[in-house]
Design a protein around this ligand. Structure first.
Ligand code: ADP
Length: 764
């Protein structure tokens, strides 16, 4: 226990106060303006104590553990506290307004070396300049503070750099403070105080672990205690922690506690420095969250997704990737080319080159290749795309990549390319003319078509090609009908017509067309040069015409001679002895009929079948024909029904030819049925004659064709029956020539009915 009186004495003995000196047990005063000193009073302990009380500067006496044992009146005023508040507390806690590391160090040092020392610093709390004198006393230390004195020379025992204000370190570190080895705050910078809205004096002299922002969480408090303990063992301790300066505010700190040693290697004090890493932590958190989000996204994407490190090694692949390749990430992590095993052998080299280029240059890479599907072993086309992700400094951190299945697209493209190729082959075909029409205009055409029609591409582009103008006048009606059919039924059955070429010459063609699927207003037409066929037909027609004429002359002579012979034999009464003559006459009739039919056909071809106009009694005509045919065809029974008094204007012979033909066919094509019925009906305007047999019938698909020239039905039974296919052609032409129509109704194997309708034309 220190005895205050003794302390006071030792203070006066060891310290020089201006103008006062204590020698032995007396107090001397230095007189103003004289070098002399004068004994004033005997120095009793009380006197000395009283003097200390009256000193204008704050004076503390502390024991070896820096506990305040005495504080004079000035000290109490300075701290705005009573003796009771101060005494018994460590200097750091009792006088926090005055504490600094420099003071702490000076106290430690003076205690150690037991020699007076001085230190100057700015009080971190009050901001005032303090000059402090320290002097050892018996078992303790006297500490005297002088305020506001200008800085003078500094005590050599306190090194200059220790005077660096910690506030100067703001910006470098967000928190810095000096702690006693026990963890008591000696100094602290402004930032944590401001954040915690705490006053410095509330903190200085207190254990840091109890500062409310730090002690907020027991875990961080515990952490700090442990760190201080380790620092006291000489280690520099680093740790991350979260502090709560105030409600609703969390700061992440990267804290370092460094022990500072004195000359004897004792731990002098601890420097605690904290860097605020809240922003980084949040960014990390965000990155973590965004990476989590990204991964969730990557797992939901339909693509194969992967992430590579800057060195090219795979870091992540999504489930779809693993499923498709049948490989795991682990299998691929040692070699950046390991994934090539599921690439198509032909694509490996180019992919390797692309990827290497991307990794070398850091540019985005996009490439198509075939990848093997593990489950099926098939290769599918994929589009691989890789994008580098860079940090703020531009360094590549990762490569993000996706592989999109483009197999369907590829196949479609391929099919499209093939079809385009086919279309272009077709378009450039040298013998099919192709054009595209819109309205009456030809909007596109191939070379063949242009060559056929004699127009140029310039004509085409200038809109000078109009199919209506290019159609021969006699084909206009047919052409219009064909286009009508195209518009309504979306198909144009090939038909023959003649083009008027650019130079006015004619070109027979065969035309077919279909509408374009994606341009309903347009149609594509295929045009075949029909001139060779037409020429052949003309030659055939010319031949038929010539042959029939050529045949007719000798036939006429033959007929005449047999007639003469007939008359001669009849006169001699030997006609029945020459049966050959009768057979000759029958054959001549047949040949004559054929030649006449041939002549008719060729006349029809050139439009020269002529009709006389006379009143024809249909009843009589049909009756007469039926009777004639009945005589020569006893195998069949011809029944004529519905006789009405009907007559019309027409060519009797030609109409007779019509019914003769129909009845002959009915007999000819019903070898196993005997009945042939002829029905005659009449209405106001028309007479309808139908000829019904119960014979072979006509297959449906041949019913339209039997009216064509030289057409003969092709069934085996029909083929056995002789004919030339001219009859119905002539019949149809004559009916048409009379303004009538002919139709056929038939059931195969059951028979046919030909129905002719003729307008009556009574007034004609
Ligand atoms: P042709 O009888 O000389 O062969 P047509 O022009 O008179 O020539 O007849 C054309 C084709 O029509 C015939 O080949 C035949 O197959 C068919 N045909 C005509 N009439 C009948 C019919 N009544 N029954 C069955 N087929 C018939």
């Amino acid at each position: 226990m220190l005895e205050l009186g003794e302390i006071a004495r030792s203070i006066f003995l060891t310290t020089s106060f201006s103008g006062i000196e204590v020698r032995e047990r007396d107090i001397y005063c230095t007189m103003p303006n004289t070098p002399q000193t004068q004994r004033v009073i005997p120095a009793s302990s009380d006197t000395l104590l009283h003097m200390l009380e009256t000193l204008p500067s704050a004076l503390f006496v502390v024991d070896g553990a820096a506990t305040i044992v005495y504080a004079n009146a000035s000290a109490q005023t300075m701290l705005d506290a009573t003796q009771e508040d101060i005494l018994g507390k460590p200097l750091w806690r009792g006088a926090p307004q005055l504490v600094s590391t420099a003071l702490y160090q000076a106290v430690q040092k003076t205690n150690q070396i037991r020699k007076p020392a001085e230190v100057e610093y700015v009080s971190p709390v009050t901001g005032t300049w303090l000059h402090v004198q320290l002097a050892p006393t018996d078992g303790g230390l006297m500490v005297q503070f002088h305020q506001g004195r200008a800085a003078t020379g500094r005590e050599a025992s306190v090194s200059q750099d220790e005077h660096l204000s910690i506030e100067d370190l703001d910006g470098l570190v967000s928190r810095i403070g000096m702690l006693t080895p026990e963890g008591i705050v000696l100094e602290i910078n402004e930032v944590p105080l401001a954040q915690a809205r705490a006053r410095r004096e509330e903190v200085i002299g207190q254990p840091l672990a109890e500062a409310h922002w730090w002690s907020f969480s027991p875990a961080s408090q515990e952490q700090l205690h442990a760190a201080i303990a380790r620092a006291n063992r000489g280690e520099t301790v680093r740790f991350e922690t979260v502090v709560h300066p105030r409600e609703g505010m969390d700061r992440h700190l990267d804290v370092a506690i460094t022990p500072r040693r004195d000359a004897d290697h004792h731990i002098d004090y601890l420097v605690i420095a904290g860097i605020d890493i809240t922003a980084r932590k949040r960014a990390e958190q965000q990155l973590k969250e965004s990476e989590q989000n990204w991964r969730v996204l990557a797992e939901t994407l339909p693509q194969l997704v992967w992430v590579r490190r800057p060195d090219g090694l795979l870091e992540y692949v999504n489930q779809r990737w693993r499923d498709y390749t049948g490989l795991t990430l682990e299998q691929l992590q040692s070699d950046r080319w390991a994934h090539l095993q599921f690439f198509h052998p032909d694509d490996r080299e180019s992919h390797r080159a692309h990827l290497q280029h991307a990794l070398d240059t850091g540019t985005m890479h996009e490439h198509e290749q075939r990848l093997r599907k593990s489950q099926t072993g098939e290769y599918r086309w994929f589009l691989t795309r890789a994008i580098p992700l860079r940090d703020e400094g531009g360094q590549i951190v990762k490569w993000f990549g996706t592989c999109t299945d483009i197999d369907e697209q590829k196949r479609t493209e391929e099919a499209l390319r093939e079809s385009q190729e086919r279309a272009s082959v077709l378009m450039n075909s040298s013998f099919i003319g192709i054009n595209i029409i819109e309205g009456e205009q030809i909007v596109d055409a191939n070379e063949t078509y242009l060559r056929m029609t004699g127009y140029t591409r310039e004509d085409l582009h200038a809109g000078r090609m109009n199919w209506l103008h290019m159609t021969a006048s006699e084909d206009l009606a047919r052409t219009r009908q064909a286009h009508q059919e195209l518009a309504t039924q979306h198909v144009l059955t090939p038909y023959e017509k003649e083009y008027v070429r650019q130079d006015g010459s004619r070109l027979p063609v065969l035309v077919g067309a279909v509408p374009l699927q994606h341009h309903q207003s347009q149609a594509i037409a295929f045009v075949l040069d029909n001139s060779a066929r037409k020429e052949l037909e003309q030659r055939k027609d010319a031949f038929i015409s010539m042959a029939s004429h050529e045949l007719k002359t000798p036939l006429t002579a033959l007929k005449l001679q047999t007639a003469l012979l007939h008359r001669q034999l009849a006169r001699q009464g030997t006609l029945d002895q020459a049966p050959a003559l009768s057979s000759m006459e029958t054959q001549i009739k047949t040949i004559t009929r054929l030649v006449e039919e041939l002549l008719d056909v060729s006349k029809i071809q050139v439009g020269r079948l002529e009709y006389v106009r006379e009143t024809v009694d249909l009843n009589a005509l049909l009756q007469e024909i039926a009777e004639t045919l009945q005589q020569t065809n006893p195998s069949h029974t011809l029944v004529v029904r519905g006789m009405v008094g009907t007559s019309l204007i027409g060519d009797r012979d030609r109409l007779g030819q019509v019914f003769t033909n129909l009845l002959s066919n009915a007999i000819k094509y019903s070898p196993d049925a005997e009945k042939v019925e002829i029905d005659l009906r009449a209405s106001e305007d028309a007479a309808t004659i139908s000829v019904r047999d119960h014979g072979l019938g006509i297959p449906r698909e041949q019913r339209d064709k039997i009216f064509e020239r030289f057409y003969q039905a092709s069934g085996p039974k029909q083929k056995a029956i002789p004919g030339l296919g001219m009859g119905l052609y002539i019949v149809a032409e004559i009916v048409k020539g009379h303004g009538g129509t002919i139709t056929v109704d038939s059931t195969e194997g059951r028979g046919s009915t030909f129905t002719v309708t003729l307008p009556l034309m009574r007034d004609a």
